[in-house]
Write a protein that binds this ligand. Structure first.
Ligand code: ATP
Length: 362
């Protein structure tokens, strides 16, 4: 079992507490991605699991062992770094096998393990090359190979794809996912890129200021963000937000913002939203939920500033009132900058948040 458990783990640098008490359980064989803005504490959390940072308090367990005070070499984790950290004077084969050599493994066993890692990672043709004669993607595969031969209980990845160009990043995303399926080990992976997180993870942990805002599978995060932070962080282009008020409207409820925007609340959401009547709220709607072909939906007026034709569809970017707003419209749409257009809101897909706390409502 390679379960990883952080219990009330904190980290302070000097007097500054960057991780307040954190609880997180990563299941055996789970692929968990820690994601969040720069400085939110994801790398520190990963390094505490690896033992490269000592937790200030709390307990870290890997499998059935308390590793809180163990040095990194005894934790049975392998870490893959953003900058690859390869030895430039060694060949690919020597780089991959170096850790085993240091531990006194026999030459024959090293050769078997290196060949096995090279086969898994498609590096067979490069084993005698030096890192300087490899592409960025190949170097990263060597770094992963070095982690594989240690046969760790847990793989830790710290922004491993940040130094690769966009196309290679997408290819390596798939490779690491396939690797996870093949090796069937627990992976904890850190990135600041929410698309990377969403495409790779079994479960995404969204962090902010050292805290976990929400931990869930990608679709749950996308469809049911718990609060404004997660709603804004997950999704590209990001969710639109309009500030307003939830007002009683005869026997129903409506979201109102200024004179231009009135969005009636669907009957089946009324009960859950009733406690927020008369409160200041924020309506959230993703750009992709504004392109509705049929039916009659409430609309918001969009003052268009720019058009981005992306091929399958087009983005109309501008403002509604003073709020920035992006709508997804049909490819080839006649909408132009400076137009004011009514953008439909799919009331079944809209989100509402309490303005004072940011928490999602009903
Ligand atoms: P990034 O995506 O930029 O790497 P991150 O989410 O991984 O960010 P951390 O590197 O974990 O964030 O840093 C969390 C906080 O701890 C930051 O405010 C950072 O400045 C601080 N910090 C990290 N390492 C140290 C250190 N050795 N000494 C003091 N402060 C540190």
């Amino acid at each position: 079992m390679s379960l990883v458990r952080l219990q009330q783990v904190t980290k302070s640098f000097g007097k500054v507490e960057v991780i307040p008490p954190l609880d997180l359980v990563i299941a055996d064989k789970e692929f968990v991605v820690l994601v969040g803005p720069s400085g939110c504490g994801k790398t520190t959390t990963l390094r505490m699991i690896a033992g490269l940072e000592q937790a200030t308090s709390g307990e870290i367990r890997i499998g059935d062992r308390d590793v809180t005070n163990l040095r990194p070499g005894l934790r049975n984790c392998s870490m893959v770094f953003q900058n690859y950290a390869l030895y430039p004077h060694m060949t690919v084969a020597e780089n991959i096998g170096y850790g085993m050599k240091v531990r006194g493994t026999s030459k024959a066993d090293i050769e078997t393990s290196v060949a096995n890692a090279a086969r898994i990672l498609n590096l067979g043709a490069y084993l005698q090359r030096k890192p300087s004669a490899l592409s960025g993607g190949q170097r990263q595969r060597v770094a992963i190979g070095r982690a594989i031969v240690r046969q760790p209980e847990v793989f830790l990845f710290d922004e491993p794809l940040s130094n690769l160009d966009a196309k290679l990043r997408i290819e390596m995303r798939t490779e690491i996912k396939l690797l996870h399926r093949r090796l069937k080990t627990t992976i904890v992976y850190v990135t600041h890129d929410q698309v990377e997180a969403m495409t790779m993870a079994d479960r995404v942990v969204v962090m902010n200021q050292g805290r976990i805002e929400q931990a869930a599978d990608p679709i749950t995060l996308y469809e049911s963000p718990k609060n404004l932070f997660v709603a804004a962080f997950i999704g590209a282009p990001s969710m639109n937000f309009i500030e307003g008020r939830l007002e009683r409207d005869g026997s129903g409820l409506s979201f109102r913002a200024g004179n231009d925007v009135t969005v009636p609340i669907p009957a089946h959401r009324m009960q859950a939203l009733a406690p927020a009547a008369d409160e200041e709220v924020v309506l959230g709607i993703r750009p992709e939920h504004t392109m509705i072909a049929t039916g009659s939906f409430p609309t918001v007026p969009l003052n268009v500033a720019d058009i981005e034709p992306l091929g399958p569809h087009t983005l109309a970017i501008g403002k509604t009132g003073t709020a920035p707003f992006t709508a997804q419209v049909a490819a080839g749409s006649p909408i132009r900058p400076d137009d004011i257009v009514n953008i439909p809101i799919d009331v079944e897909r809209m989100h509402l948040f309490l303005k004072s706390t940011g928490e999602a409502l009903g």
